[in-house]
Design a protein around this ligand. Structure first.
Ligand code: F6R
Length: 240
């Protein structure tokens, strides 16, 4: 596991964007695993700047997002499909059919999960971007007595709904379920890029990276992966 500490968020975001650029320069057909939430917004901003300068192209790339809320159509302004369009896809040359997110409104969600896993098998992720939840979740894999390997439907923890309520009008509007890649799928990525920002994540990132490997802290399973890069700002990294 490689840990990198940054004095500024801007330097961290630029470093992460450069990792994606390098991945695509070495392998234009790479599969990129993407995340949503606050953490990647600045990284996507830097990627767009690089694209505008002609330093990166997504023409031949494929992307797989980690997760999506159940019941929110792509047009809903809090769906992750909408987020991706707003923060990245509308600004780069990635062909729409090469961008994948689980469909939270699929009539048969179990079949949707299977199909997502089939696509991931067919095109394994080269680099998977991850944020970190305050309870140690990655994707929407919440702390639990047991975890599922593949893509599945998950009941969101109250603390996760509360943390995400800031994006919705009220807590009631936050969906209770999501579709997420499983920890097994995440661990299959060739490289995992975990990005952690802010003082409020210092405790959990320490627990995830140096504590016991346990399903009660899903991010701790990253300790078993051979190629994890962790980017931290000063505040998030202060206990490491
Ligand atoms: C988002 C995702 C989540 C977030 C995590 C941190 O696709 O899978 O695991 O990465 O909840 O969220 P932020 O970045 O908003 O603190």
């Amino acid at each position: 596991m490689e840990l990198k500490f940054f004095d500024t968020i801007s330097e961290l975001d630029q470093y992460a964007a450069q990792l994606f650029a390098t991945t695509l320069a070495n392998k234009p057909h790479a599969a990129l695993g993407l995340a949503t939430g606050s953490t990647p917004v600045g990284i996507y901003g830097k990627i767009i700047e690089m694209y505008q300068r002609g330093e990166i192209s997504f023409r031949d790339a494929t992307t797989f997002n980690l997760d999506e809320y159940v019941g929110l159509p792509p047009e809903h302004d809090q769906s992750y499909a909408y987020y991706m369009k707003q923060h990245l896809f509308a600004h780069i040359d990635l062909p729409g059919k090469q961008a994948h997110l689980p469909k939270g409104t699929a009539p048969d969600l179990a079949a949707e999960c299977k199909e997502y896993d089939r696509m991931l098998e067919e095109q394994p992720v080269d680099i998977q971007l991850l944020g970190l939840g305050h309870n140690g979740h990655i994707g929407f894999n919440e702390p639990n007595g047991e975890l599922q390997g593949g893509t599945h439907i998950v009941e969101l923890k109250e603390e996760t709904r509360e943390a995400n309520a800031r994006f919705f009008g009220s807590l009631d509007e936050v969906p209770k379920q999501a579709v997420t890649m499983g920890v097994g799928s995440i661990l299959k990525a060739r490289t995992v890029l975990l990005v952690v920002k802010g003082a409020d994540k210092a405790e959990i990132v320490k627990r995830a990276l140096t504590g016991p490997i346990t399903t009660e802290c899903p991010a701790s399973l990253l300790q078993t992966h051979a190629n994890v890069i962790v980017l931290l700002d000063k505040e998030a990294g202060r206990l490491l």
